[in-house]
Write a protein that binds this ligand. Sequence first.
Ligand SMILES: N[C@@H](CCC(=O)N[C@@H](CS)C(=O)NCC(=O)O)C(=O)O
Length: 318
Amino acid sequence: MSGSNHIPKAVLYYDARSAWSLAGYGKDELEPRLVELSKGENFSPTFLRLNPKGTVPTLVVPFENTLPADMESRYKAITETEALIAFLDKSRSIMSHTHTTSAAPAPDLPALRTVAPAVSAFLKGRKAALERYLSENEGNEIRVSEKTKKFWLEKKKATEDLLTPLNEADKGDPELSEVGRKAREEYFEKTKAAWEVGLALVLNEINKELIGPFALGEQISIVDVHLAAWLHELVILSGGTAQDSGVVAMSRLEEHVGGGFAFAKEGVSEAPTAAGATTSSDGSTPALATTGSKSKLAALWDALAGRPSWQNVFGIRG
Ligand SMILES: N[C@@H](CCC(=O)N[C@@H](CS)C(=O)NCC(=O)O)C(=O)O
């Protein structure tokens, strides 16, 4: 029975901007370690050895006492959010960490101009890191496999493709080169498809399938943990905050998806309550505030926002 106090914690590699990294476990249970995507730290040879896909979140779980001492690999890396949360769910506790996100999605030129500086700085940081890794590899300062080199080259190309429309965001259409025009067109096509078609479909589907107030009914489940991180991210991107009421948060989403998108509101019908813009943060059951009915997603949001963990994870940024 030796060393029982030394069982190392799992290490969660995360980036503050990654929605999937924010699904909510805390320092009491795992050791958060920042991997700055904007600096391409996820592409470093060291990180790629942990997770060859170079994505966060990545949870590295020690196998102390479970593997023979001579085994080289004494940990396993979990790299899919779904598996990661299922794993953490077995050793539950509450958590905290901060979150910073900004920037609305950009189906039009003014919006593209708004997000361009921040996003292009982010991408430039990654591009610089990738170029550094590639040149260090060429110069034999580091040695990586052909597979890793190919991975870096693909990531560099994808980063450059995205940078093109961002770097030229200030130009009017006539000033763009042929390449620039194409890049801008593709950018708008993709963002429009993602927001107005893809996202609208998915949101409607989820709104329909929820049982309420939580995804599977009265009890919170891992499904809600995923939904919380994702919904919060969408609401922030739509100009909302973690403190918005469900009705306000979902109306921001409706506006932002655009094109007349609206949730079915037949979901929850509640007795009249003071319809404040915030929900209770004291851990009590949140007031389902509205006189009429609201969408099931709005009710889910209120149920999630009334939990202490919501404040722990999202409260800090207001
Ligand atoms: N399938 C993975 C996806 C994770 C993922 O793509 N994470 C993003 C951040 S939200 C990432 O690490 N991207 C790497 C990059 O930006 O290069 C999961 O479920 O966790």
